[in-house]
Ligand binder design. Structure first.
Ligand SMILES: Cc1cc2nc3c(=O)[nH]c(=O)nc-3n(C[C@H](O)[C@H](O)[C@H](O)COP(=O)(O)O)c2cc1C
Ligand code: SF4
Ligand code: SF4
Length: 601
């Protein structure tokens, strides 16, 4: 037997998506069976829990090394067969291999899968590979070597210069240059200084930061310690979204292990430098992720933003110089210190260097977590990595940047994904949410959905945000219900201007973006609602009528079967019809008809 056949590792993804699909049960069952096999000494197999693999829609994911086989949508009932065939006999179980979204062929190894092929992992370098609970796993992959280099081979100024040279811009939303932030903070003489991590991640559907904290917590800790050394800070806080129990636990365990190993706490690695990090659970509101609200919340006050006449680098937490960076920003730091700022700035675009992690979700075939070099086009992201639009429908728009991001239409699919190009198109990078929408999406309804979220999350401290968002939502609700009037679009844009200009914090300032971009790129759809009292996507119930096209209907009866209201009638193999009086406009029929025989009129 060859050496390779005797040593195997089974990686079980225990990221949020796979955990929700019972991956922990797979892990325990594998361990139980493998424990028996290891006893007979023919195959030495290690079963490992890892963070998020990325291809969440196809989980639970199990990878087998060194063969580099990945099985998807694995069930507990598959476990014995995996051990019997793949571990003991090196045989592949075809049905557990994923299919290529375009060719439909089965793919054995992740390296042949388009979803992974085009990615470049820097921030996610260890996520899905290491066991986040094992410091030894992190160390094996070069963990804490950057900290050693920073402490013993670099001066604080050299560390800051390296980060400046990298061109790294904050991954939490605003894209402020990280090196410049550190440099400004280091320029203020008053002490103590604080180093903070923003792990509040309140964007609906986003899980980039969660995956890093749960899958590779030491990369965040290492980044923070390096910054603290550069700024001579001795106290740090990691502010983590309250709902993220697993992230809190994983980070707490990692902090404890880092302390025990001398990477954190008193006299780090014998350097004489001391720094420690405390976890603070988030205040439970989206606005608590905003920098000044976050600092208030850590101070034990209500998590409300304040005016930024004086920046946090000068007077932040408890009025002291403070650096706040996002989880993903921190995870990039150790790599920048090890490989150099010049190396990092060679990746991506001149003004948006490095990579960015996105949660690619919505009507795309491969949903999940992806990390790509900045500058990749939307088309590459959605069609090559994402595998295109699900269910044979047409692409309509992609929403980037979280709840206050913009909707970008099909004409702009070749737009490079970087801070400046997205801003030029009227949207934002935000923290990396990317929601793909198909032709069954109503853009008035989309704007309405986000404004509804923002109206609920506005802290209400300033009038333009509190009242402006509410008023915009009322107008959008009217349009949605068929009560739109001529002049509504103009009025919406006027309110957008006021809210953007006069709101106190980023929530209010960016809240108009979903409204502005949907009006800018989908004006005809607004007009159809307001003037023609029609919703072309067939979403707004009061403006939608579904009919069956007699020339296309094959009489398969699927719509009849799926209609919850019993509104569809017709004999098998003959044309069906919809009773408009009974139809509740749920859309089941149009979404399920394989012949596209149901139309919106
Ligand atoms: C309403 C609102 C919510 C925010 N939520 C987050 C968040 O959850 N996580 C985050 O990193 N940044 C968030 N930000 C951005 C932060 O204010 C801040 O710019 C960021 O944490 C700085 O880190 P970075 O430079 O590494 O991006 C939010 C901003 C606003 C206006
Ligand atoms: S802009 Fe909105 S969220 Fe921000 S302080 Fe004003 S009311 Fe609060
Ligand atoms: S929209 Fe829903 S309720 Fe109306 S006919 Fe189709 S399936 Fe039935």
């Amino acid at each position: 037997m060859r050496e390779n056949d005797r040593k195997k590792t089974i990686q079980v993804c225990c990221g949020p998506g796979c955990l929700a699909n019972n991956s922990l049960a797979l892990y325990h069952k594998l361990r139980e069976i493998i424990a028996k096999i290891n006893a007979d000494l023919t195959v030495e197999t290690l079963v490992k829990k890892t963070g998020c693999d990325g291809l969440c829609a196809k989980g639970p994911v199990i990878k087998i090394l060194p063969e580099d086989v990945a099985y998807y949508q694995v069930k507990e009932s598959d476990v014995e067969e995996i051990v019997e065939k793949t571990i003991l006999q090196n045989k592949i179980i075809e049905r557990l291999l994923p299919r290529d979204a375009v060719t439909g062929r089965r793919i054995k190894s992740p390296k042949d899968n388009e979803f992974y092929k085009r990615q470049m992992k820097i921030a996610l370098r260890n996520v899905g590979v290491i066991d986040p609970d094992k410091l030894s796993d992190y160390l094996e992959r070069g963990g804490y070597t950057a900290l050693k280099k920073a402490l013993f081979d670099m001066t604080p100024q050299e560390i800051i210069e390296e980060v400046v040279q990298s061109g790294l811009r904050g991954r939490g939303g605003a894209g402020f240059p990280t090196g410049r932030k550190w440099k400004q903070c280091a320029g203020y003489q008053n002490t103590p200084r604080y180093v903070l991590c923003n792990g509040d991640e309140g964007d609906p559907g986003a899980f980039m930061d969660r995956s890093i904290m749960e899958g590779d917590p030491h990369s965040v800790i290492e980044g923070m310690v390096i910054c603290a050394y550069a700024l001579d800070s001795h106290t740090g806080f990691a502010y983590i979204r309250d709902e993220y129990d697993l992230a809190v636990k994983t980070m707490s365990d990692a902090l404890m292990k880092a302390r025990e190993a001398g990477f954190l706490g008193e006299n780090i690695l014998g350097s004489g430098f001391s720094f420690d990090i405390q976890i603070v659970r988030g205040g439970g509101a989206f606005v608590c992720g905003e920098s000044t609200a976050l600092m208030s919340s850590i101070e034990g006050k209500v998590g409300e933003p304040r005016a930024k006449y004086i920046r946090s680098v000068e007077r932040g937490l408890w009025g002291q110089p403070t650096v706040l960076n996002n989880v993903e920003t921190w995870a990039n730091i150790p790599v920048i210190i090890n490989r150099g700022g010049a190396w990092f700035s060679g990746i991506g675009m001149p003004k948006s260097t490095g990579t960015k992690v996105f949660s690619l979700v919505g009507k795309v075939k491969n949903t999940g977590l992806v990390e790509v070099p900045m500058g990749i086009t939307l088309r590459e992201l959605i069609f090559d990595i994402g595998g295109g639009i699900d269910g044979g429908r047409q692409f309509k728009a992609v929403q980037t940047g979280g709840p206050s991001g913009g909707c970008i239409p099909g004409e702009l699919l070749d737009l490079p994904v970087d801070f400046d190009s997205l801003a030029k198109a009227g949207s934002i990078m935000g923290s990396g949410g990317m929601i793909v929408m198909d032709d069954r999406t109503c853009m008035v309804d989309v704007a309405r959905y986000y404004l509804n979220f923002l109206a609920e999350e506005s802290c209400g401290k300033c009038v333009p945000c509190r009242e402006g968002i509410k008023r915009m939502l009322e107008i959008l609700n009217d349009i949605y219900r068929g009560r739109g009037q001529a002049g509504d679009m103009e009025l919406l844009l006027e309110i957008c201007d006021a809210v953007k200009e006069a709101s106190l914090c980023g929530l209010g300032k960016s809240a108009p973006i979903p409204v502005i971009t949907t009006i800018q790129y989908f004006k005809d759809e607004y007009l159809a609602h307001i003037r023609d009292k029609r919703c072309p996507a067939g979403v707004c119930p009061e403006l939608t009528t579904f009919v069956i096209d007699p020339d296309t209907c094959k009489g398969c009866g699927l719509c009849q079967k799926l209609c919850p209201a019993g509104a569809v009638s017709g004999e098998r193999k003959s044309v069906h019809s919809i009773n408009q009086g009974q139809c509740i406009k749920c859309g089941n029929c149009i979404d399920s008809c394989q012949f596209h025989a149901i139309k919106v009129v």
